[in-house]
Design a protein around this ligand. Structure first.
Ligand code: ATP
Ligand code: MG
Length: 154
């Protein structure tokens, strides 16, 4: 799936669409440069799920935990890892389980031991706005993408 997101509101709206396609157990990588819109998209997901509180970037905390609309949603940001060994040391592996949705900014900083994603979403800055690509990498990811596509076309 490819989209053009002309402004921040479009990124938030896409996040809300994605929220409706989520089920427990999904892992989503958000890939893109600094300022590409990864946290904004996650904020859109949380707003879509009905979360009205503040959605902070986990840049310093590494992890923000939410329980909303009967989903456990864990938002990670591994930008600050200097070495993938830090991922192993955090013990975050247990958060990636069948009951949770994990959204990960900067997965590449956590290296090869990070659980593989069901969906890989990339964001890229354009002259104005952002381009967005969604790749499904597992059967669960394909099913999520199918729900997203069918909601978009109805
Ligand atoms: N589609 C869009 N068009 C233009 N600006 C956007 C769009 N989506 C988000 N932005 C803006 O991009 C800026 C950076 O967004 P955000 O913090 O979500 O990036 P990020 O990818 O999480 O960055 P980082 O890697 O530093 O965590 C924000 O000011 C946001 O309003
Ligand atoms: Mg961010």
């Amino acid at each position: 799936m490819t989209r053009f997101l002309p402004d921040e509101a479009a990124t938030l709206a896409f996040g809300a669409e994605l929220a409706r396609a989520l089920v427990p157990g999904l892992t989503i990588y958000l890939v893109g440069d600094l300022g590409a819109g990864k946290t904004t998209l996650t904020r859109g997901v949380l707003r879509g799920l009905g979360y009205t509180g503040k959605v902070k970037s986990p840049t310093y905390t590494l992890l923000e935990l939410y329980t909303v609309s009967s989903l456990y949603l864990y938002h990670f940001d591994f930008y600050r890892f200097a070495d993938p060994q830090e991922w192993v040391d955090t013990g975050f592996r247990e958060y990636f389980n069948a009951d949770s949705v994990c959204i990960v900014e900067w997965p590449e900083k956590a290296g090869e031991f990070l659980p593989a994603p069901d969906l890989r979403i990339s964001l890229e800055a354009q002259q104005s706005g952002r381009s967005l690509h969604v790749h499904a990498e597992t059967e669960a990811g394909k099913q999520c993408l199918a729900r997203l596509n069918s909601a978009a076309s109805s």
